[in-house]
Design a binder for this molecule. Structure first.
Ligand SMILES: [Zn+2]
Ligand SMILES: [Zn+2]
Length: 336
């Protein structure tokens, strides 16, 4: 039962850019072997259940990382779990009852409220468990096929269909490639539209292969569920790599069955002083603008932005400002 194919609501995920949902529809085998080999070279899912296992030496997010949650509390997974390849006629209630043996949960999918549908329109959904321990129990109950996890689920017409279960491991949100380098926010880029299964280690490797000098990569996660939001950050150890990355504007992320063009911008901070006046001309307030043009690459207060950008050749620079969700955006600058 396919609901309302023409709906504009199903074109993307809630907090993702256009086309960001491509990877939320994994090729779940209808009993066959499936694509397999996804994200090869990383830790196989089979070790998820082993409490001793983690990638601590390299991914330790101890330095200035906002993603150090988890290790202290013993939590290893997001309470939000992706489930894909659901039978098309499985209703929300049946999904809930299929998984509530692992603990209290809520079933969600992008634009669920607007769609007023009882069925996940694209055959995938998110399970939001009340307790993280439920996720571990769910993983333990899964069947592993290569590096993917499956659990059999039934709908009114389909019995025991294997659906893919994709938990998000908290430690995959950070990866330190070169711990000898300090993390310089001014050599950090924001990567928008990151496919959600992409781990920080993979983002680091892709960007390092393209531009070199990567010392850290992070996947932005939401504070409550600690689940990827579809964006990331990459810090470089040198200015040349940083400039090469932001000059490219777009990057083709290719990794296993991921192949997606994503946007790269300077990572804009909201607590920087104006680089021109150090706050003297703006009452000591943090600089609202960042100029990403390689001839500037500076933070500016309004006054200094106007002064510097009235110079020939700089009139067309566009300021970036920090946007709510870690997302820098270009704003039209008004001369006053
Ligand atoms: Zn200034
Ligand atoms: Zn400029």
């Amino acid at each position: 039962m396919y609901v309302n194919r023409k709906s504009p609501f199903f074109t993307g995920l809630v907090d993702d850019g256009p086309g960001g949902n491509l990877l939320e529809e994994p090729g779940v085998p209808g009993g066959g072997g499936g694509g397999g080999g996804q994200l090869d070279g990383v830790v196989p899912v089979g070790v998820l259940g082993q409490p001793g296992h983690h990638q601590a030496p390299l991914s330790s997010p101890s330095r200035s990382s906002p993603h150090s949650q988890g290790s202290e509390t013993g939590e290893r997974f997001s309470r939000k779990v992706f489930v894909g390849g659901l039978p098309p006629d499985i209703a929300e209630e049946e999904i809930t009852s299929s998984f509530q043996c692992f603990g209290a949960l809520v079933v969600d999918w992008p634009h669920k409220a607007e769609s007023k549908s009882y069925f996940p329109p694209k055959g995938y959904a998110f399970l939001l468990f009340q307790d993280e321990s439920s996720v571990q129990q769910l993983i333990d109950a899964c069947i592993q096929d290569e590096d993917k996890l499956y659990l059999c689920v039934s709908s009114p017409t389909i019995k025991d269909k294997p659906v893919q279960i994709r938990p998000w491991r908290l430690s995959d949100a950070d990866f330190v490639l070169d711990a000898s380098m300090p993390l310089d926010p001014r050599k950090t880029v924001f990567v928008g539209g990151v496919p959600r299964p992409l781990k920080a280690v993979e983002l680091a490797m892709i960007m390092d292969r393209l531009y070199g000098g990567v010392c850290y990569a992070g996947i932005d996660t939401d504070p409550e569920l600690k689940y990827p939001k579809g964006a990331g950050r990459v810090a470089f150890s040198n200015q040349q790599s940083y400039i090469a990355a932001i000059s490219a504007r777009f990057v083709q992320l290719q990794h296993s069955d991921i192949d997606k063009r994503v946007e790269v911008k300077p990572y804009v901070l909201d607590d920087q002083m104006c680089d021109e006046c150090q706050g003297q001309r703006c009452g000591g307030k943090f600089a609202p603008f960042f100029c990403a043009n390689v001839t500037c690459l500076q933070y500016y207060c309004e006054h200094c932005w106007a002064t510097i950008h009235s110079r020939p050749g700089r009139e067309f620079h566009k300021p970036l400002v920090k946007e709510g969700a870690d997302r820098p955006r270009a704003v039209p600058f008004r001369w006053c």
